[in-house]
Design a binder for this molecule. Structure first.
Ligand code: ASN
Ligand code: ZN
Ligand code: CA
Length: 333
């Protein structure tokens, strides 16, 4: 017996107390958001296949904020899915990962102490592990946005997950995952140009990746070089993440939401940023209109310049910003 859309409370681990749209069926609330394409959050209960069980609750208050409460990861995952949906809808007019108005679904508590999260095109679903010691599930907002953006890339440019295109695929997920985090404007999880700063994946509180200076992670490239495509895709993403930071914020030192960033160009020439909003529009248009499965760094530059021309004109500061940001990672001049 469906009794309509309800407004529940999520006590998340990473994003504080949030509002979640739920569904009341009989006397049981379901973590089922019919307002955003029909997104459901399941618990795999440490299993590794199927959908486990739809998360349900008697009072529509989900989780405690602690990773040891089994509902908490569900609250974070549901929040990540809703903010990712809203980000794409309200920023780009994209209605879901396939732009068909249909939601994916999410699964939490995958396996035991599994330290990853992943998107899967086959199930059209998102899956989250519980993380090291099962205390830090991989359900932070930027990780959720990152993983679901893999679905967007698959359904648009289809960037092959190898070589330079693989690095661009990964960077696209970092760029839009970061876009989701800024979009949510959550005071408990402020926007930043760091990836995975909340999940303590390194065990010492440091982020997984840094967009202002990707090499800070110990493996990523800051700029393009011939052979960058031989790196793991999570490291060959570095130059594109760096380009996006330069394009958004410019070079030099800058404090944003309390975090200090220092970004330099490969040739030492200072560049000005055009703002994150325009940078996001350009990358989205490049991804969805101009990139293909085999696009490399040179091709990404062309795609972004084409996008800037289409959106702002060839004589615009945004066009010049793209050319300068790519020059800043040693692509073009
Ligand atoms: N977390 C990893 C990623 O998004 C998982 C994977 O599928 N490679 O890149
Ligand atoms: Zn990824
Ligand atoms: Ca982040």
């Amino acid at each position: 017996r469906y009794q309509g859309i309800k407004t529940g409370t999520g006590n998340t681990q990473y994003s504080g107390t949030v509002t979640l749209n739920t569904t009341l069926s009989g006397s049981t609330y379901q973590l089922y958001d019919t307002t955003r394409g029909g997104h459901k959050t399941y618990s795999l209960n440490n299993g590794t296949s199927g959908t486990g069980t739809l998360m349900t609750d008697s009072d529509d208050t989900w989780g405690t904020g602690s990773g040891s409460n089994t509902q908490t990861a569900g609250a974070d995952a549901a929040y990540g899915a809703q903010e990712t949906w809203d980000f794409y809808k309200n920023t780009f007019g994209r209605s879901g990962i396939k732009n068909d108005g249909v939601a994916a679904y999410s699964r939490v508590h995958y396996s035991t102490a599994y330290v990853n999260a992943f998107w899967d095109d086959d199930c059209f679903c998102m899956t989250y592990g519980d993380g090291t010691s099962s205390t830090h599930a991989l359900t932070s907002l930027d990780v959720a946005g990152h993983e679901m953006s893999h679905g967007v890339t698959s359904n648009t440019a289809g960037l092959d997950y190898t070589g330079e295109s693989g690095g661009l695929n990964e960077a696209t997920s970092d760029i839009f995952g970061t876009g989701v985090e800024f979009y949510a404007n959550n005071s408990s999880d402020v926007g930043d140009y760091l990836i995975g700063e909340k999940i303590d994946i390194n065990g010492d509180g440091t982020p997984l990746r840094y967009m202002d200076k990707p090499s800070k992670d110990g493996g990523s490239a800051d700029s393009w070089y011939s052979g960058v495509g031989n790196l793991d895709v999570h490291y060959s993403s570095g130059p594109a993440n760096h380009m996006f930071y330069l394009l958004s914020e410019g070079s030099g030192t800058k404090v944003i939401n309390g975090v200090t960033y220092t970004s330099t160009t490969s040739d030492g020439v200072a560049v000005a940023g055009i703002g994150r909003a325009a940078a996001l529009q350009i990358w989205y248009k490049a991804l969805t209109s101009y990139m293909t499965s085999s696009t490399n760094y040179a091709g990404a530059r062309t795609a972004a310049l084409n996008a800037a021309t289409a959106l702002y004109g060839a004589s615009s500061t945004q066009y010049a910003g793209v050319a300068n940001a790519f020059a800043g990672i040693n692509v073009g001049s």
